[in-house]
Design a protein around this ligand. Structure first.
Ligand SMILES: CC(C)(COP(=O)(O)OP(=O)(O)OC[C@H]1O[C@@H](n2cnc3c(N)ncnc32)[C@H](O)[C@@H]1OP(=O)(O)O)[C@@H](O)C(=O)NCCC(=O)NCCS
Length: 217
Protein backbone atom coordinates (compact mmCIF):
# COMPACT_ATOMS: atom_id res chain seq x y z
CA UNK A 1 0.00 0.00 0.00
CA UNK A 2 1.50 3.38 -0.96
CA UNK A 3 2.34 5.96 1.67
CA UNK A 4 -0.08 8.43 0.08
CA UNK A 5 -2.94 5.91 0.25
CA UNK A 6 -2.17 5.17 3.91
CA UNK A 7 -2.18 8.89 4.71
CA UNK A 8 -5.49 9.36 2.89
CA UNK A 9 -7.00 6.48 4.85
CA UNK A 10 -5.71 7.92 8.09
CA UNK A 11 -7.23 11.37 7.39
CA UNK A 12 -10.51 9.79 6.26
CA UNK A 13 -10.62 7.83 9.48
CA UNK A 14 -9.92 10.91 11.61
CA UNK A 15 -12.80 12.65 9.83
CA UNK A 16 -15.08 9.67 10.47
CA UNK A 17 -15.44 9.00 6.73
CA UNK A 18 -13.71 5.68 6.36
CA UNK A 19 -15.46 2.32 6.24
CA UNK A 20 -13.90 -0.81 7.72
CA UNK A 21 -14.46 -4.29 8.98
CA UNK A 22 -12.04 -5.41 11.66
CA UNK A 23 -11.71 -8.32 14.00
CA UNK A 24 -9.75 -8.87 17.21
CA UNK A 25 -9.39 -12.11 19.12
CA UNK A 26 -9.22 -11.80 22.90
CA UNK A 27 -7.28 -14.12 25.17
CA UNK A 28 -7.32 -14.28 28.92
CA UNK A 29 -5.31 -15.75 31.76
CA UNK A 30 -7.19 -16.17 35.02
CA UNK A 31 -5.11 -15.97 38.21
CA UNK A 32 -3.08 -19.14 38.63
CA UNK A 33 0.46 -20.02 39.66
CA UNK A 34 3.20 -19.67 37.05
CA UNK A 35 4.61 -23.09 36.12
CA UNK A 36 7.90 -24.01 37.77
CA UNK A 37 11.01 -23.72 35.71
CA UNK A 38 10.22 -20.35 34.15
CA UNK A 39 13.39 -18.28 33.79
CA UNK A 40 13.84 -14.90 32.13
CA UNK A 41 16.34 -14.79 29.25
CA UNK A 42 19.76 -13.86 30.66
CA UNK A 43 21.38 -10.50 29.87
CA UNK A 44 18.17 -8.44 30.02
CA UNK A 45 16.61 -6.39 32.75
CA UNK A 46 12.80 -6.67 32.84
CA UNK A 47 11.08 -3.80 34.61
CA UNK A 48 8.47 -1.07 34.49
CA UNK A 49 9.67 2.27 33.13
CA UNK A 50 9.26 5.81 34.36
CA UNK A 51 8.31 8.52 31.82
CA UNK A 52 11.69 10.24 32.02
CA UNK A 53 13.51 7.00 31.13
CA UNK A 54 11.95 6.60 27.68
CA UNK A 55 14.34 8.91 25.88
CA UNK A 56 17.64 7.87 27.56
CA UNK A 57 16.72 4.20 26.99
CA UNK A 58 16.04 4.94 23.30
CA UNK A 59 12.33 4.12 23.23
CA UNK A 60 11.99 2.42 19.83
CA UNK A 61 8.55 3.85 18.93
CA UNK A 62 6.07 1.59 17.25
CA UNK A 63 2.53 1.80 18.55
CA UNK A 64 2.85 5.18 20.24
CA UNK A 65 5.15 8.10 19.47
CA UNK A 66 7.57 9.18 22.21
CA UNK A 67 5.33 12.08 23.41
CA UNK A 68 2.28 9.76 23.41
CA UNK A 69 4.13 7.07 25.36
CA UNK A 70 5.28 9.67 27.88
CA UNK A 71 1.72 10.96 28.18
CA UNK A 72 0.40 7.41 28.72
CA UNK A 73 2.87 6.90 31.57
CA UNK A 74 2.20 10.28 33.12
CA UNK A 75 -1.55 9.65 33.09
CA UNK A 76 -0.87 7.01 35.73
CA UNK A 77 -3.32 4.26 34.71
CA UNK A 78 -0.96 2.25 32.48
CA UNK A 79 2.52 0.84 32.88
CA UNK A 80 5.15 -0.06 30.34
CA UNK A 81 7.08 -3.24 31.01
CA UNK A 82 10.31 -3.37 29.04
CA UNK A 83 13.26 -5.67 28.43
CA UNK A 84 16.41 -3.56 28.60
CA UNK A 85 19.89 -4.43 27.44
CA UNK A 86 22.92 -2.16 27.00
CA UNK A 87 20.81 0.84 28.09
CA UNK A 88 18.31 0.24 25.30
CA UNK A 89 14.70 -0.89 25.25
CA UNK A 90 14.67 -4.11 23.22
CA UNK A 91 10.98 -4.87 23.71
CA UNK A 92 8.00 -3.59 25.60
CA UNK A 93 4.34 -4.11 26.36
CA UNK A 94 1.72 -1.97 28.02
CA UNK A 95 -0.33 -2.96 31.04
CA UNK A 96 -3.58 -1.00 31.05
CA UNK A 97 -5.17 -1.05 34.46
CA UNK A 98 -8.46 0.83 34.56
CA UNK A 99 -9.49 1.32 30.96
CA UNK A 100 -8.39 -0.61 27.89
CA UNK A 101 -7.83 1.88 25.09
CA UNK A 102 -8.39 -0.28 22.02
CA UNK A 103 -7.62 2.24 19.27
CA UNK A 104 -7.88 -0.39 16.54
CA UNK A 105 -11.63 -0.75 17.22
CA UNK A 106 -12.10 2.77 18.53
CA UNK A 107 -13.20 1.42 21.92
CA UNK A 108 -12.42 2.45 25.47
CA UNK A 109 -13.44 -0.50 27.60
CA UNK A 110 -13.56 -0.28 31.40
CA UNK A 111 -11.66 -3.03 33.20
CA UNK A 112 -13.25 -4.61 36.27
CA UNK A 113 -11.23 -4.54 39.51
CA UNK A 114 -8.58 -7.26 39.40
CA UNK A 115 -8.37 -7.29 35.58
CA UNK A 116 -5.69 -5.79 33.33
CA UNK A 117 -5.30 -5.51 29.59
CA UNK A 118 -1.87 -6.19 28.07
CA UNK A 119 -1.51 -4.34 24.79
CA UNK A 120 0.83 -2.82 22.23
CA UNK A 121 3.46 -5.55 22.44
CA UNK A 122 6.56 -4.84 20.43
CA UNK A 123 9.89 -6.57 20.10
CA UNK A 124 12.54 -4.69 18.08
CA UNK A 125 13.18 -6.60 14.85
CA UNK A 126 16.77 -7.41 15.85
CA UNK A 127 15.56 -9.18 19.00
CA UNK A 128 12.66 -11.22 17.62
CA UNK A 129 12.61 -14.99 18.30
CA UNK A 130 14.82 -14.58 21.39
CA UNK A 131 11.93 -15.32 23.75
CA UNK A 132 11.38 -11.69 24.77
CA UNK A 133 7.62 -11.43 24.13
CA UNK A 134 6.96 -14.67 26.00
CA UNK A 135 9.28 -13.59 28.80
CA UNK A 136 7.53 -10.22 29.20
CA UNK A 137 4.11 -11.88 29.54
CA UNK A 138 5.49 -14.44 32.00
CA UNK A 139 7.36 -11.78 33.92
CA UNK A 140 4.18 -9.77 34.35
CA UNK A 141 2.01 -12.67 35.50
CA UNK A 142 4.76 -13.79 37.90
CA UNK A 143 4.86 -10.33 39.45
CA UNK A 144 1.09 -9.87 39.66
CA UNK A 145 -0.30 -13.42 39.79
CA UNK A 146 -3.52 -12.36 41.53
CA UNK A 147 -4.78 -10.50 38.44
CA UNK A 148 -6.80 -11.73 35.49
CA UNK A 149 -4.85 -10.65 32.43
CA UNK A 150 -6.39 -10.04 29.00
CA UNK A 151 -4.68 -9.48 25.69
CA UNK A 152 -5.68 -9.51 22.03
CA UNK A 153 -4.42 -9.71 18.49
CA UNK A 154 -5.79 -9.54 14.98
CA UNK A 155 -6.95 -12.75 13.34
CA UNK A 156 -3.95 -13.12 11.05
CA UNK A 157 -1.20 -12.37 13.57
CA UNK A 158 -0.06 -16.00 13.67
CA UNK A 159 3.03 -15.37 15.83
CA UNK A 160 0.80 -13.88 18.56
CA UNK A 161 -1.72 -16.75 18.39
CA UNK A 162 1.19 -19.20 18.67
CA UNK A 163 2.55 -17.22 21.60
CA UNK A 164 -0.77 -17.27 23.50
CA UNK A 165 -1.10 -20.98 22.83
CA UNK A 166 2.44 -21.60 24.11
CA UNK A 167 1.70 -19.58 27.26
CA UNK A 168 -1.58 -21.51 27.70
CA UNK A 169 -3.79 -18.45 27.64
CA UNK A 170 -7.46 -19.14 26.95
CA UNK A 171 -9.04 -17.86 23.75
CA UNK A 172 -12.06 -16.03 25.09
CA UNK A 173 -13.90 -14.16 22.38
CA UNK A 174 -13.70 -12.57 18.97
CA UNK A 175 -15.09 -9.13 18.36
CA UNK A 176 -15.97 -7.86 14.88
CA UNK A 177 -16.37 -4.16 14.27
CA UNK A 178 -17.88 -2.40 11.31
CA UNK A 179 -17.63 1.27 10.57
CA UNK A 180 -19.61 3.00 7.86
CA UNK A 181 -20.43 6.66 7.34
CA UNK A 182 -19.38 7.56 10.89
CA UNK A 183 -21.48 4.79 12.48
CA UNK A 184 -20.04 1.77 14.27
CA UNK A 185 -21.35 -1.63 15.23
CA UNK A 186 -19.68 -4.41 17.15
CA UNK A 187 -20.51 -8.06 17.53
CA UNK A 188 -18.93 -10.54 19.93
CA UNK A 189 -18.68 -14.29 19.73
CA UNK A 190 -17.77 -16.15 22.91
CA UNK A 191 -15.55 -19.18 22.49
CA UNK A 192 -16.75 -21.01 25.63
CA UNK A 193 -20.29 -21.66 24.38
CA UNK A 194 -20.30 -20.27 20.84
CA UNK A 195 -22.90 -17.64 21.77
CA UNK A 196 -23.00 -14.35 19.87
CA UNK A 197 -24.22 -10.95 20.87
CA UNK A 198 -26.41 -8.91 18.57
CA UNK A 199 -25.03 -5.80 16.88
CA UNK A 200 -23.93 -3.49 19.67
CA UNK A 201 -23.15 0.19 19.85
CA UNK A 202 -19.69 1.22 21.02
CA UNK A 203 -20.77 1.94 24.59
CA UNK A 204 -22.49 -1.40 25.10
CA UNK A 205 -19.65 -3.34 23.41
CA UNK A 206 -17.07 -1.57 25.58
CA UNK A 207 -18.99 -2.29 28.77
CA UNK A 208 -19.43 -5.98 27.89
CA UNK A 209 -15.92 -6.67 26.63
CA UNK A 210 -14.31 -7.52 29.96
CA UNK A 211 -17.33 -7.95 32.15
CA UNK A 212 -19.46 -10.48 30.28
CA UNK A 213 -20.00 -13.20 32.89
CA UNK A 214 -18.03 -16.35 32.39
CA UNK A 215 -17.23 -19.20 34.69
CA UNK A 216 -13.63 -19.49 35.77
CA UNK A 217 -13.03 -15.82 36.72
C1 LIG B 1 4.82 -11.01 17.70
C2 LIG B 1 6.08 -10.62 18.49
C3 LIG B 1 5.65 -9.73 19.66
C4 LIG B 1 6.75 -11.90 19.00
O1 LIG B 1 7.88 -11.53 19.78
P1 LIG B 1 9.13 -12.51 20.00
O2 LIG B 1 9.93 -11.98 21.14
O3 LIG B 1 9.83 -12.71 18.72
O4 LIG B 1 8.41 -13.85 20.43
P2 LIG B 1 9.09 -15.01 21.33
O5 LIG B 1 10.51 -15.19 20.88
O6 LIG B 1 8.83 -14.74 22.76
O7 LIG B 1 8.28 -16.27 20.85
C5 LIG B 1 7.44 -17.00 21.71
C6 LIG B 1 6.54 -17.89 20.89
O8 LIG B 1 5.71 -17.07 20.03
C7 LIG B 1 5.55 -17.74 18.77
N1 LIG B 1 6.19 -16.94 17.72
C8 LIG B 1 6.89 -15.79 17.86
N2 LIG B 1 7.26 -15.31 16.66
C9 LIG B 1 6.79 -16.18 15.74
C10 LIG B 1 6.84 -16.23 14.32
N3 LIG B 1 7.46 -15.28 13.61
N4 LIG B 1 6.22 -17.25 13.69
C11 LIG B 1 5.58 -18.21 14.39
N5 LIG B 1 5.50 -18.24 15.76
C12 LIG B 1 6.10 -17.23 16.41
C13 LIG B 1 6.22 -19.09 18.91
O9 LIG B 1 5.28 -19.98 19.47
C14 LIG B 1 7.29 -18.79 19.94
O10 LIG B 1 7.70 -19.94 20.63
P3 LIG B 1 8.96 -20.80 20.06
O11 LIG B 1 10.07 -19.82 19.86
O12 LIG B 1 9.19 -21.80 21.14
O13 LIG B 1 8.48 -21.39 18.76
C15 LIG B 1 7.11 -9.84 17.59
O14 LIG B 1 7.30 -10.58 16.40
C16 LIG B 1 6.66 -8.45 17.21
O15 LIG B 1 6.99 -7.48 17.91
N6 LIG B 1 5.92 -8.33 16.09
C17 LIG B 1 5.44 -7.03 15.61
C18 LIG B 1 4.43 -6.39 16.53
C19 LIG B 1 3.25 -7.27 16.84
O16 LIG B 1 2.71 -8.00 16.02
N7 LIG B 1 2.79 -7.15 18.09
C20 LIG B 1 1.63 -7.81 18.59
C21 LIG B 1 0.44 -6.93 18.51
S1 LIG B 1 -0.96 -7.70 19.24
Amino acid sequence: MSKLWRHLQWYQQRLGLSAYWRQLVFYCRPPRPVPDGFALPPGFEFRFLRPEELEPLQYPGGWLSLPEARQWLERGDSDMLAAIRDNRICSYLWVERRVARIDFLDLKAPLPAGHVYISKVLVSPAWRRHGLAGAMYQCFVTREPELTAHSACVTDNFPMHALFSKLQWRRRLAICSWRLAGMRWHRMEFVSDGSKTGFLGARRAASLLFSAGESGW
